[in-house]
Design a protein around this ligand. Structure first.
Ligand SMILES: [Zn+2]
Length: 66
């Protein structure tokens, strides 16, 4: 018997632009915080750029404040 792995959630499509620090997971995707512990938080796809980027957040919000 083999377990079925849970597939990762699909990337969140965002309009952008998204700073390179966020795309490179160097800053919280939602609030730019860089001094807190950042954890992986899924992936995004920026409109017009067909590439999936992993993102990180400091964990307490799920909406974007550009
Ligand atoms: Zn944050």
């Amino acid at each position: 018997m083999s377990k079925t792995a849970h597939p990762p959630p699909p990337p969140v499509r965002v309009a952008g632009p998204v700073s390179i620090a966020r795309l490179h997971a160097e800053a919280c995707f939602y609030r730019r915080a860089v001094t807190k512990t950042l954890t992986t938080a899924g992936t995004i796809v920026v409109a017009g750029v067909e590439r999936v980027w992993p993102i990180v957040t400091c964990g307490h919000h799920t909406t974007v404040a550009w």
